[in-house]
Design a protein around this ligand. Structure first.
Ligand code: ATP
Length: 364
């Protein structure tokens, strides 16, 4: 892992070696020595499978759950012992938790009234928030009488109204249908950008994480495995779990010698192995879109293969190849109008070329 270059000024939320153990019939280590520095003004996503500890980490940051060990700092100040309502942090919950009998405007005003803000100021903020989430026209409507997507906007407006330093979002889009979900992804990104508030977003949807985030932390079994930009995580996953969880993957057997990777199935590539990987037998990743298939016998620099199956999916065709080692390789190629996909026949000889730089060495 890269050494952290963040100065305290850049860091909004500093999670410092936090563990959370739930004592029950059997002990659950929901967070296992987790450290991460979330920067000011970034859209940061916690991504991982169900039960990996995402929600627990969010609840620790919010203050709903005391950590068993470790410290939590906000802008350099230790807030581990502050109750949730004393933290400059707000949460948007999955089910929105709106007051159904109250109007849109009153829902947004509610938290500000609790804070004892003057009436005039509340009116101004509510107006600004209605504009921010494009809900002015529905301000008098009860929240029980608006759509799911509109409720989502109101929940966001309500959470942003007190101008928190950090907004926590726990799978806020999961109740929406796919089309609305895509719209709200862009909308959330716009809101984060316009408000400059640090967003910490939880999802188990890798595509959502890639689309929305400045940086992503991939979690599994109570640990953060890797933190990086979407591009880092997708193109240079450090280990097999991360590669497998994000996008589609081909894993191939290979031998590493310095920066040279020799695939068992043939072909030699340059790569930068992650720290801690020794020379010798390794497993490498090649993304399907980095493989190109040509019918016929393999020439110099190509891998010999036979066609196993061909899957057409509209914008692309995925060709499953059997390599000489018996390994399967998925190559995903964009469809073009001129192409004649019918020339790819099951069992036929094919040649696979892998793009330079597309071979990633994994530690596992
Ligand atoms: P999901 O995507 O399903 O919400 P998650 O990644 O958010 O999952 P957590 O809810 O943080 O996962 O749970 C992490 C682990 O801690 C799980 O094994 C869960 O069963 C356990 N856990 C969470 N809350 C409690 C609790 N209050 N008591 C006991 N165990 C808990």
């Amino acid at each position: 892992p890269m050494p952290s270059t963040d100065s305290a000024d850049d860091v909004a939320v500093d999670v410092d070696r936090i563990s959370k153990i739930f004592q029950g019939e059997d002990e659950v280590r929901a967070l296992d020595d987790v450290s991460v520095a979330i920067r000011r003004n970034e859209f940061f996503t916690l991504l991982g499978p169900s039960g990996c500890g995402k929600t627990t980490l969010l609840r620790v940051i919010a203050g709903f759950e005391p950590p068993t060990m470790g410290a939590l700092r906000l802008g350099g100040r230790d807030i581990s012992r502050l109750p949730p309502n004393k933290r400059p942090i707000n949460t948007v919950f999955q089910n929105y938790a709106l007051f159904p009998h109250m109007s849109v405007a009153n829902n947004i005003a509610f938290g500000l009234e609790m804070l004892g803000k003057p009436k005039g100021e509340i009116q101004t903020i509510v107006y600004d928030m209605l504009k921010l989430v494009q809900m002015e026209h529905l301000k008098a409507r009860r929240t029980s009488e608006i759509s799911g997507g509109q409720q989502q906007r109101v929940a966001l407006a309500r959470a942003l109204a007190p101008k928190p330093e950090v907004l926590l979002l726990d799978e806020p889009l999961s109740a929406l249908d796919l089309k609305l979900r895509k719209e709200m992804q862009i909308e959330l990104k716009r809101l984060q950008h316009e408000t400059g508030i640090t967003f910490i977003f939880v999802t188990h949807d890798q595509e959502e994480a890639l689309t929305m985030s400045d940086r992503i932390a991939v979690m599994n079994a109570g640990k953060i495995l890797q933190v990086g930009s979407p591009r880092d995580i997708y193109e240079r996953p450090a280990e097999r779990f991360v590669a497998n969880f994000i996008g589609e993957s081909n894993f191939l057997d290979a031998t590493l010698n310095g920066h040279t990777v020799t695939l068992k199935a043939g072909g030699r590539f340059q790569a930068s192995p992650p720290a801690g990987v020794a020379d010798g037998a390794v497993s490498v990743l090649v993304r399907p879109e980095h493989g190109q298939v040509r019918m016929g016998e393999a020439a110099e620099g190509e891998l010999a293969a036979t066609i196993d199956t061909v899957v057409y999916s509209g914008e692309a065709t995925t060709v499953h190849l059997r390599l000489t080692t018996g390994e399967l390789f998925k190559a995903k190629m964009p469809n073009t109008p001129s192409e004649d996909g019918r020339s790819i026949e099951q069992g036929a000889a094919a040649a696979l070329s892998i793009a330079p730089g597309a071979v990633t060495v994994l530690k596992d």
